[in-house]
Write a protein that binds this ligand. Structure first.
Ligand code: FES
Length: 125
């Protein structure tokens, strides 16, 4: 699996809050891409051709999930302590991870990947 670290621009926002973050063909199957969205680090995943996005920082510690491994069943394994999360839902599925990741909305239009940030728990409080 390739981990792509690129300073992807987050220009091109729309009034509905969708931001074009990458080209679809930039991200191969089972690859991750770290991007910045509204000041947050986000990990974009290609799982068997489907695109997902979560916060990039593991909820357990100081590690970037974009450096982790995508396992069978839409699971991301953290590179630091090998905790796991469901990429579709952000739910932790393997210890030591117990706190869910924030997932972001994804839209693929032709060859462009658009994201819309979901508010954090702090922003909702
Ligand atoms: S930092 Fe991710 S499992 Fe510990």
């Amino acid at each position: 699996m390739e981990h792509i670290k690129s300073p992807v621009h987050t220009g091109g926002g729309t009034p509905q809050g969708w931001v074009e973050v990458a080209r679809y063909d930039q991200l191969g199957e089972d690859e991750t891409l770290a991007i910045e969205l509204d000041g947050c680090e986000v990990c974009v995943y290609n799982v068997a051709g489907e695109i997902f996005a979560t916060d990039n920082r593991c909820t357990h510690g100081d590690a970037d999930l974009s450096d982790g491994l995508i396992l069978d069943g839409c699971i991301i394994e953290c590179p630091l302590h090998e905790g796991t999360f469901n990429i579709r839902t952000g739910e932790p599925v393997g210890l030591p991870c117990t706190e869910a990741l924030r997932c972001h909305e994804v839209r693929v239009d032709a060859n462009s990947i658009f994201l819309r940030a979901r508010p954090s728990a702090k922003e909702l409080a």
